[in-house]
Design a protein around this ligand. Structure first.
Ligand SMILES: [Zn+2]
Length: 403
């Protein structure tokens, strides 16, 4: 009798079994060790006794590629559909700082812990998290979720670029010093095309080891207008910040074409939101590897507009999903993002939405060695989605982590 005999196996079947890439044939059984490490996917006839037959859909755990855990205390604070500029002004005024004291600090930390707990509860196993501070670090070192930490920097005035970089590198160092988790990863990233100067873009692109980069991309029409002409609603943002940007009269280019040339072909750029991304933006060739992150519930919260998902699919774009923060979303729940996409783009198959939510996300965050698919030896989390009807999610669908 080998040691193998004493390792308890679990066997699952359900109405639908999504492998991370596609729906398995009906009756297929997932076999894992007690800790969720995948042993095999087998036809029912070969799976033997003791199969737990469950109602609903089995899927690997979800990957949330865009979040701001540090803004969790802003849940429900900001009114909906005010548009991008008013949203940004409200966030800048309401966000916490690393120097928050006493009651305020304890509120921020409690909200961070609660938000992380809710992601675990909602079947999320990994997060690409934007950090302007190290406020989330205390929670992250608990090691309950896998994080890629995107240390974000901004600064539209050229002269401030070295100082802005230095401040971000300091936060980068705090994360690097505290983290010892096996797949923890950190990179330095630009906030958005309208808030980062060309000089700062250059410093970020050349930061050593900065391979995976993310940016808020084309979140509104106003962003493209501002980058092209230096005009439009974004002027109100700089007024509110008290910044004189009279030197800027637009680059003549839409925002994406303006910043992509700063990056290198061996870098991956995770573009978030893409609400005003058009055919002409996708014609850009060469340079970094691009991936498109959709956060539809945040888009509906902020502006009521959604990206042209059909366009991205037609162009064969790599797509992943994110929740954005609790400042612009009612929950941190990838299933809710898939439901919204299914509602607005009913022709996108459930299998494709699930692929965006699992294996695509794991690959982009470079965690696909462990997460994203029911492949032998991986430990992607086993999640059951209830309330399925004819292969589609319903309003009452909920995710529940089994392992
Ligand atoms: Zn964001």
């Amino acid at each position: 009798m080998g040691l193998q005999t004493y390792i308890k196996m679990r066997k699952f079947s359900a109405d639908y079994l999504f492998t991370g890439r596609e729906m398995a044939a009906e009756g297929t059984v997932l076999i894992t060790k007690d800790d969720g490490t995948v042993e095999a996917i087998l036809p029912a006839a070969d799976a033997g006794e003791g199969v737990e037959a469950l109602p609903g859909l089995l899927t690997p755990g979800f990957v949330n590629c865009h979040c701001h855990l540090e803004l969790s205390h802003m849940k429900g604070l900001l009114p909906e559909k005010t548009g991008m500029v008013d949203f940004l002004i409200s966030v800048i005024r309401g966000r916490g700082t690393a120097t928050a004291q006493g009651e305020e600090m304890s509120q921020i930390l409690t909200a961070i812990a609660g938000a992380e707990e809710s992601m675990l509860h909602n079947g999320i196993v990994a997060v690409g998290d934007i950090c302007n501070t190290s406020l989330t670090l205390k929670q992250k070192v608990e090691g309950r979720l896998n994080y890629h930490n995107f240390i974000e920097t901004m600064g539209f005035i050229e002269q401030t670029a070295p100082d802005r970089l230095e401040a971000a590198v300091k936060i980068f160092g705090e994360f690097a010093g505290a983290y010892s988790l096996p797949i923890a990863a950190i990179s330095l990233v630009p906030h958005a095309p309208y808030s980062v100067s060309p000089r700062l873009f250059g410093l970020i692109a050349n930061f050593p080891g900065n391979q995976l980069i993310t940016i808020h991309n084309q979140e509104s029409q106003a962003e493209n207008l501002f980058c092209q002409t230096g005009q439009g609603d974004f002027l109100r943002l700089y007024q509110a910040l008290g910044l004189d940007i009279s030197f800027f009269s637009g680059s003549g280019q839409r925002s994406m074409a303006g910043y992509l040339p700063h990056f290198y072909h061996n870098q991956t750029l995770l573009l978030v939101h893409n609400v005003d991304t058009r055919e002409e933006d996708l014609a850009w060739k060469g340079g970094p590897d691009l991936c498109f992150c959709l956060c539809p519930n945040a888009n509906l919260y902020i502006s009521g507009q959604l990206p042209d998902v059909d366009l991205l699919m037609r162009h064969g774009c790599r797509i992943v999903l994110g929740t954005d923060s609790l400042a612009s979303n009612h929950q941190l729940d990838i299933l809710e993002e898939m439901k919204t996409l299914q509602h607005h783009f009913p022709l996108v198959p459930t299998e494709i939405l699930l692929r965006w939510a699992t294996s695509n996300g794991a690959e982009v965050l470079q965690m696909d060695g462990i997460l994203g698919a029911f492949d032998m030896g991986k430990q992607p989390g086993v999640v059951l989605v209830s309330g399925m009807e004819e292969g589609k999610f319903t309003k009452r669908s909920k995710a529940h982590r089994l392992i």
